[in-house]
Design a protein around this ligand. Structure first.
Ligand SMILES: [Zn+2]
Length: 227
């Protein structure tokens, strides 16, 4: 899983800020308070991403950052098959509380980059007993094809270089460090598992290296199951 990333983080890769262009900015009041929405369009594939910014971040140290991979089912529809929606909510709440930070909402990251159709096909395979890794492989797809170059370009455009990253995923830390950003802290976003997402989360911990401390949650899940 992380072998190539470990090597990558040892190298210094220049961030190509020209990878994205900022196309629109406006105030965005939310139930977590007021943010400023910055839309960025990728110059390579036209994908539109959003940076939801709180506070004045330029030149600031230790900025709270969430690189959030788009998840239609989890973020919008409240799916219990993953933990994305709850992680997004928690990140926004933490930024609101801190009065500074940014969520970079990365489009085109659906299903760790395989797209919506393939993600739902992978769900069907998971209902037949495969885990989230083997389901992707059985579909002939990469386990994780997400690319963070646009996110790095957006952070650079926002004038951020020192980051407190809200994530359970060491690959995101690797990606930031490979781009020359200083990750001064990784803040876990640990969501209480449910019976529908427990195996998925366990696979993320055991096969994808996510830091989830699920051993502690087995007791919780037993309680959920028997409720
Ligand atoms: Zn999700």
């Amino acid at each position: 899983m992380s072998r190539s990333n470990t090597n990558r983080s040892a190298e210094a890769v220049a961030v190509d800020q020209m990878l994205v262009e900022r196309t629109a900015v406006a105030r965005l009041p939310t139930r977590h308070g007021e943010f400023v929405a910055h839309v960025y369009r990728s110059r390579t594939d036209g994908t539109e991403h959003m940076a939801l910014v709180k506070g004045e971040l330029r030149g600031r140290e230790n900025v709270l950052v969430r690189l959030h991979s788009e998840c239609l089912t989890g973020d919008i529809l409240g799916s219990l098959r993953c933990d994305c929606g709850e992680q997004l909510e928690r990140a926004l709440a933490m930024i609101a509380q801190a009065g500074q930070g940014v969520v970079i909402y990365l489009r085109g990251h659906e299903g760790r980059g395989i797209g919506l159709t393939h993600k739902i096909r992978a769900y069907q395979l998971q209902d037949q007993g495969r885990d989230t890794v083997d389901a992707n492989l059985e579909l002939g797809l990469p386990v994780d094809s997400r690319n963070y170059d646009a996110a790095l370009a957006i952070l650079a455009d926002l004038g951020i270089d020192s980051v407190r990253l809200m994530s359970n995923n060491p690959r995101k830390v690797d990606a930031l460090e490979a781009g020359g950003f200083r990750v001064t802290e990784r803040i876990p976003l640990l969501i209480r598992p449910n019976p529908e997402n427990f195996n998925y989360l366990l696979t993320k911990q055991q096969r994808l290296g996510h830091c989830l401390n699920l051993e502690d949650d087995l007791v919780v899940l037993d309680r959920v199951d028997s409720a």
